[in-house]
Structure formats: C-alpha cells, structure tokens
Design a protein around this ligand. Structure first.
Ligand code: CA
Length: 225
C-alpha cells in the first residue's frame, strides 16, 4: 500500500513518512498541491494537508477524486471547520485534526481502506510478495511459491494488514477454527514451513509474546531457498 503525504512542513512530513514506513506502508511526501496531482506512481491513500502553499486543498481533493478512487484523508488545524467541510464535500473520505497521533492516523487509514476497498479479495502486495486471496496464489519477486492450505491461510492473515502484529490467537482462529483450543505448537510448525518456502529472511517477524507480522521488505531480494 502506498501512502502519499501532502504536507508543506518538512518536519511533520518527515515524521509521518517515517511512522508510516514503520507500520509497513510505502510512504512518500510532496510539499504542495501540484506534487499531489502529479504523483507517480499513483498512491492508494493520500494524506492531504489542506493548508498548502499553492493550490487550495479542497480543489486538490476535487481533482484527485475526479480521476481516481484513491482514498483521501484530509488534515486540518483546529478551527478550520469550513475547510474540512469543503474537503469532505469535495470527495475526501475522512479527516484528521492536528495534532494527531500516529496510532490514530494508522487506524483511520485502515478504516478508510476497508470502506474504499470492501470488495475483499483484492491482490495483497507487500514488497516482493503478492498474495491473491481469490486464486490462493503467492509469488515472491515474480516466482510462484507453492504453499499448503494452512500456510496460505497464515500468510493471508499477515498480508491483510502488513506491519500490524497479528496475534497467535487471531491466526489460529483464521486458519483453523473460530475457537481453537488445541496446542498452539501446530502454528509454529506451519510457520516454519511458510518461512522456508517464502525464503525471504526477516519477512515474517516474530514479535515475542505478541505474535507475528510482515516486515518492510520493499528492497530486499529473495534469499536462498
Ligand atoms: Ca500546511
């Protein structure tokens, strides 16, 4: 998932880009409306500060919305309610009021993406990895990887929200049964098989005491099988 931060304050833009990258998104920033309208490749989510030096934020929003289904979250300072309303009328999906925390931003992005892409089985991409929930095909850097059904279910649970820690219980419920009471050791066995087949060191990270997550591997080449 690509997130474009449109923000003319370089300090805030830097913080947001780093925070988003830490959460597993591919993030970039531009400092004005022109940059937002000419971004290439087109992002999946635009975080749009309305107080921009060139084009009016609501106008940027309107032009983005006219040509794509990109998710747009506008950002305003407190007291700029008319701007916020104008942006929502212009097609923004949600808004945030400065100052806001990273956790709230990430939650809003997840919520907006759920609404914008409710169709479910879209292709999940994460760095060199693609997961197709419809055909249950997985590729790493274009190479198809044959997984068992359980390995696929585990990977799908992780790839649905890259960067988020998915608990062992969540994975068990998703890949086995709504209520799994058996030993969780079985998960480790399948997880080991999954990692071996993906052959990308560090892609599936163990977060001790919490669960697992997919890490940013946007530039990492696949390791030896
Ligand atoms: Ca600004």
């Amino acid at each position: 998932m690509r997130v474009l931060v449109v923000e003319d304050d370089p300090r805030i833009a830097g913080l947001l880009v780093r925070g988003l990258e830490g959460a597993g998104y591919a993030a970039a920033s531009v400092a004005d409306g022109r940059g937002a309208l000419t971004a290439d490749p087109e992002p999946d989510v635009v975080l749009l500060d309305l107080g921009l030096p060139d084009v009016d934020g609501a106008e940027v929003c309107r032009r983005l919305r006219r040509r794509s289904g990109v998710a747009i979250i506008v950002v305003t300072a407190r007291g700029e309610e008319p701007d916020r309303v104008a942006a929502l009328d212009a097609g923004a999906d949600d808004y945030l009021v400065k100052p806001f925390g990273l956790a709230e931003l990430l939650a809003r992005i997840r919520a907006v993406l759920r609404r914008v892409r409710p169709a479910g089985p879209a292709l999940l991409r994460h760095g060199v990895l693609t997961v197709d929930p419809r055909t249950r095909k997985v590729t790493v850097a274009g190479r198809e990887v044959a997984l068992t059904p359980k390995e696929f279910d585990i990977l799908e649970a992780l790839a649905a929200d890259p960067g988020r820690v998915v608990t062992r219980q969540e994975i068990l419920e998703r890949a086995w049964d709504a209520r799994w009471y058996g030993p969780t050791k079985v998960l480790d066995v399948h997880m080991a098989g999954l990692r071996r087949k993906l052959a990308v060191p560090g892609l599936v990270e163990t977060v001790y005491g919490r669960g697992f997550r997919l890490c940013s591997q946007d530039t990492a080449p696949p390791g030896p099988a």
